[in-house]
Design a protein around this ligand. Structure first.
Ligand code: GS8
Length: 219
């Protein structure tokens, strides 16, 4: 049977980037449809009526929402390539825990770095570094979060690295200074074909985010 795979997404979204990356890692062909989130398509509203958010993966007409759930779905459906999630149940739980931790923390703190100034921004920058340091500690001396192999947590986290430049430029600070090992990990991941082909260039992303912030009224 010919598979029909459609991804509804938005270029600058870390949530969508990780789905794009997982599909690339698994070698799955798909049709990409960019959503305008200020004017959502009927298809998006119909496929994700609960949250009305991207990304949505539509596999043979059936929608799957929430990026981390989509990653697990992709891993379960396309078993031809090496698995993304570890085989050990405890390691699997840990990978899910840290991906969930990053999503609960980074988005809002990152947004604060981008949209506030003065004391509020200083606090947000410090909090962002604290979060990234915790992730760096979890990475330890391993080449990847998945150990010797690039895995689920690497796929979930690497899109955040494309936003680092934007945080740094807006906040006037260096993430590498405080988290050198995390940056080494990001550079290592970027050397993978699937990663470099799936993720946007951080400079271009910075330009797009600035445009977006302007439209939202932030200078
Ligand atoms: C988050 C998706 C999300 O926030 C996931 O898929 O992991 N937990 C979800 N999507 C945003 C774009 S990225 O900032 C979105 O679709 N927003 C539209 C809206 O809120 O109306």
């Amino acid at each position: 049977m010919v598979e029909e795979v459609i991804l509804l997404g938005e270029y600058i979204s870390v949530y969508e980037m990780r789905v794009r990356l997982a599909l690339a890692e698994k070698g799955v062909e798909y049709e990409y449809r960019e959503e305008d989130l200020t004017n959502k398509s009927q298809l998006l509203l119909q496929m994700n009526p609960v949250h009305k958010k991207i990304p949505v993966l539509i596999h043979n007409g059936k929608p799957i929402s929430e990026s981390l759930i989509i990653l697990q779905y992709i891993d379960e459906v396309w078993k031809n390539k090496s698995p993304l999630l570890p085989s050990d149940p405890y390691q699997r739980a840990q990978a899910r825990f840290w991906a969930d931790f990053a999503d609960k923390k980074i988005y809002w703190v990152g947004r604060c770095v981008l949209t506030t100034k003065g004391k509020e921004q200083e606090e947000a920058k410090k909090e962002l570094i604290d979060i990234l340091k915790l992730l760096e500690k979890e990475l330890g001396e391993k080449p990847y979060f998945g150990g010797d192999n690039f895995g689920f947590l690497d796929v979930a986290l690497i899109p955040y690295a494309t936003w680092f430049l934007t945080y740094e430029k807006r906040g006037g600070f260096s993430i590498e200074e405080d988290c050198p090992k995390l940056i080494e990990w990001a550079n290592r991941c970027m050397q993978r074909d699937a990663v470099s082909k799936s993720l946007p260039d951080p400079c271009e992303l910075y330009g797009r985010v600035l445009e977006r912030l302007k439209k939202m009224g932030f200078e």
